[in-house]
Design a binder for this molecule. Structure first.
Ligand code: URA
Length: 282
């Protein structure tokens, strides 16, 4: 039940409910929609329960003042811009990879950006036939500003070296281009949320269009979901599909392979399938 409904129902019951919440340690009243707290009237800030209030003092009084101040508070802020629409517009305007990198660095509607040190854009050769799409930077990537440079990245480099591909190759035939769905490190390396993925998708799609690879390799569930709308990488791996009009090969993430070395055998089969695809006649 919302606070406003409680108040209108029965003032006594509302005050008792507020008093109970204060007893439970609630020290903030949060509504369904965002409030600009800098714009709140003095009365609201004043109404906050004081930590130094005498223990016996009735909690009903601060509760009553808080309820009153909230009732007088300015209306909630209007909804902000739609992040997906802003991302679509910004990505669509980028005619080159460096313009896209700038557009991404200027995109301020994803909260993950605030906790990240770097916007991790990409690494490798943009002329490569193979584009690898990962999930999100981890600690090392965030510090260095390049994708896949930690332990999982080193394994990725060894895996692709085994079929003659490298991010360092100047030769397009032997090169890799590596990027992630999310350019900012999520706190605690958690998975990016669907809303965060949704606002990155326009950038990812534009990124792929600008690199124009022959094949896309998605590593892990997040890029699989971003490009196909499905999850379940362990089942999906190794089965070629299509995304954005290109062949797409799902593979398990190298971090998963570090935790489950037994799965390297399947990853090797996937690498061989990729090699075979690349040697097919156009
Ligand atoms: N995992 C990813 O998916 N991407 C990185 O850049 C690093 C680890």
């Amino acid at each position: 039940m919302r606070l406003g409904e409680l108040i209108t129902q029965d003032a006594e019951a509302a005050l008792a409910a507020l008093a109970w919440q204060l007893d439970c340690g609630v020290d903030e009243v949060v509504g369904d929609t965002a409030l600009d707290r800098y714009a709140l009237p003095e009365a609201v800030r004043e109404a906050a329960p004081r930590p130094d209030a005498p223990r016996g003092q009735t909690v009903a009084e601060p509760a009553r003042r808080a309820a009153q101040a909230l009732a007088n508070a300015p209306p909630p802020l209007a909804q902000g811009p739609d992040p997906v629409a802003v991302a679509t517009e910004a990505a669509g305007r980028a005619a080159t990879l460096s313009a896209l990198q700038e557009a991404l660095a200027a995109f301020d509607l994803c909260d993950l950006k605030r906790g990240a040190r770097n916007t991790v854009f990409a690494d490798g050769n943009p002329a490569a036939r193979v584009l690898i799409l990962g999930e999100a930077p981890g600690r090392e990537e965030d510090l260095e500003g390049r994708p896949f440079v930690g332990r999982a990245g080193q394994l990725l480099d060894r895996m692709f070296a085994a079929i003659g591909l490298s991010r360092h190759s100047p030769d397009a035939e032997a090169a890799l281009y590596i990027t992630n769905v999310m350019p900012w490190r999520p706190p605690g390396n958690r998975d990016p949320e669907p809303a965060e993925i949704g606002m990155m998708r326009p950038f990812v799609e534009r990124h792929i269009a600008l690199v124009d690879p022959k094949v896309i390799v998605v590593m892990g569930n997040t890029p699989l979901f971003t490009l196909t709308g499905t999850r379940g990488i362990v089942r999906a791996r190794g089965a070629w599909t299509q995304a954005l009009g290109r062949p797409l090969l799902p593979m398990t993430h190298p971090a998963y392979l570090l935790r489950n070395p037994i799965a390297k055998r399947e990853a090797w089969a996937d690498l061989l399938a990729l090699k075979a695809r690349l040697t097919e006649k156009e």
